[in-house]
Design a protein around this ligand. Structure first.
Ligand SMILES: C[S@@+](CC[C@H](N)C(=O)[O-])C[C@H]1O[C@@H](n2cnc3c(N)ncnc32)[C@H](O)[C@@H]1O
Length: 255
């Protein structure tokens, strides 16, 4: 976790060790350069990335290259939140819900209408509708909404018991996370918690192609504090077979 994947030395060493990955990486570089030139901000850029990836394979677009892995990653997220106190009567907001890799399990478990999934990609939300049909979840009436930012302006105050964002901030520049922290407290009920994963580095913070972002834990903890939020590194998540780390946010008690 100390390496910077954006350093030239790292990239050259990696290419030398994995020559078969050079051509796909160059294709991704060309595609991402094209998207960056055609879009005005990070969200529009990443929406274009998701459109392209979803057209190829919706499960691959959320990061699972086999269906078995898609099922396992969803289950890991679900089991963790249930172990930590998620109950069927909770109202849950999932930020960057994708094609409901975990959302399908949350929707099935929660009372009808208690699941809210938001995402910047209309394409992946259409794939999410397919997941609802495939898994027989129509009757649970989940809310699936495309968004252009993380200000939650259309959602009511103090509404959610649990907020969840898996593998979303690993694709987000700091200003997107800052915007989320600035507004998320308003929609959290007293006692609510907000879990998110991130790609952790112990070295220099960096990004790869503006698709993958690596942060130090203390950067995110300090950012949360600036918005009156407590952030705790979740040690028990580290024992699970997943490359990202997890932080839990709660609203700091008024002084
Ligand atoms: C790697 S996928 C993970 C999807 C889902 N959380 C899961 O675990 O299956 C990341 C998702 O976050 C969405 N996303 C990225 N940036 C976002 C943002 N700023 N606001 C909302 N959604 C975002 C993407 O469109 C994509 O669906």
């Amino acid at each position: 976790m100390n390496r910077s994947r954006s350093s030239l030395v790292h990239q050259a060493t990696y290419a030398f060790r994995h020559p078969h990955k050079i051509a796909p990486h160059l294709r991704r570089l060309a595609r991402d350069t094209w998207f960056r030139l055609r879009t005005r901000d990070h969200v529009s850029y990443y929406r274009a990335v998701m459109k392209s990836d979803t057209a190829r394979d919706p499960e691959g677009a959320v990061g699972s290259h086999t269906h078995k892995r898609w099922l396992a990653l969803g289950r890991m997220q679900f089991d963790y939140l249930v172990e930590h106190g998620l109950k069927p009567d909770c109202r849950m907001l999932e930020i960057g819900c994708g094609n409901l890799r975990a959302g399908r399990l949350f929707i099935d478990y929660l009372h009808t209408g208690n699941y809210y999934g938001i995402d910047i990609s209309p394409d992946i939300l259409m794939a999410a509708q397919d997941t609802l049909v495939t898994h027989g979840l129509r009757d649970k009436l989940p809310h699936l909404t495309p968004v252009r930012d993380l200000r939650f302006a259309f959602l009511p105050d103090r509404h959610f018991d649990v907020i969840h964002a898996h593998s979303v901030f690993s694709h987000s520049p700091l200003e997107v996370i800052d915007e989320c922290f600035a507004h998320v407290g308003r929609v959290m009920k007293p006692g609510a918690w907000f879990d998110f994963t991130f790609d952790r580095t112990e070295g220099k913070e960096h990004h790869v192609l503006r698709e993958d972002f690596y942060y130090r834990t203390e950067t995110l903890v300090a950012l949360a504090a600036r918005h009156g939020l407590n952030a705790v590194f979740m040690e028990d998540w580290e024992r699970l077979p997943h490359k990202q780390s997890k932080i839990r946010i709660t609203r700091a008690a008024p002084a």
